[in-house]
Design a protein around this ligand. Structure first.
Ligand SMILES: N[C@@H](CCC(=O)N[C@@H](CS)C(=O)NCC(=O)O)C(=O)O
Length: 258
């Protein structure tokens, strides 16, 4: 196995690629990273001046950014069944629509849970840390939270805008589903469905997901997810998980980032 996917366990963009690789039956190992300690490796591996995960490392290339990873898979693994050539443009259009609300989803969830949900957030941020990384994150939690607020623009106004943008995309998704479709592009499960379901999974809380399916996470995010979690679009997300998600790698198979 020579492919490695660098992720955060709770990242919805990481989930998009994790799910894609699994449906495409591509063998890989996952390295779940710890916030702050991801910065240097992401900068070095990505070589784009960016610190985001996921990053996919293969013997042929190292690719940062979920949409660039999908494009690379489409090119190098043609015909890539999750992005049939004839549907490619439509699939990428759906992908762009949902990618665009990824930061809003994070903004809305953190805005509602920073403060009362700190204990669980701290747990999520240290679940895959080495002992000394965990000590550092615990000690620096107040500062890291402040930096997150600044980076994601977590203000009352920022959260209200995020709420509006998420609602618009959920309305759009329900418009598509009202035409009686199961899948967003064509008549088959594609990367469009994976992207939409992954990006909304932190709100839909599918039971299969190790982070979002955890009752403690669901309780921590109960106020943040309340406006949308019972909507038809979120039920559709859960149905995509039921129909197509399959197994997650056990924690013991996931290497800790040193
Ligand atoms: N456009 C990027 C966005 C990825 C992204 O925002 N990842 C977040 C986690 S959900 C991240 O790595 N944040 C940490 C950072 O920016 O340093 C993609 O599609 O991969």
């Amino acid at each position: 196995m020579s492919w490695t996917l660098y992720t955060f366990a709770m990242s919805h963009y990481s989930e998009k690629i994790r799910w894609t690789l699994e449906v495409a039956n591509i063998d890989y190992r996952e390295v779940r990273m710890t916030p702050v300690f991801h910065i240097a490796p992401a900068l070095i591996m990505g070589m784009r001046g960016k610190t985001t995960l996921p990053v996919l490392k293969t013997p042929r290339a190292t690719i940062q950014d979920s949409s660039r990873i999908l494009l690379w898979l489409e090119e190098t693994h043609a015909p890539f069944t999750l992005i049939p050539k004839a549907l490619s443009q439509d699939i990428h259009a759906v992908e762009r629509r949902f990618d665009a609300i990824g930061k809003d989803v994070a903004r809305a969830l953190y805005a509602a849970s920073f403060g009362q949900g700190d204990a669980h957030i701290l747990k999520l941020w240290t679940d895959h840390a080495t002992p000394w990384q965990a000590v550092f994150v615990r000690q620096a939690y107040g500062f890291i939270r402040w930096a997150f607020r600044r980076k994601l623009n977590i203000t009352e106004r920022g959260a209200a805008r995020a709420h509006q943008r998420i609602t618009e995309v959920i309305d759009w998704l329900e418009g598509q589903l009202s035409e009686g479709r199961t899948y967003l592009v064509g008549h088959q499960f594609t990367a469009a469905d994976i992207t939409a379901a992954s990006l909304l999974a932190p709100i839909a809380c599918p039971r299969q997901h190790p982070v979002y399916g955890d009752p403690v996470y669901q309780q921590t995010m109960v106020d943040a997810t309340a406006p949308w979690r019972d909507r038809r679009a979120l039920q559709w997300v859960r149905s995509m998980y039921d129909l197509h998600r399959g197994q997650f790698q056990a924690d013991s198979q996931v290497r800790q980032a040193a």
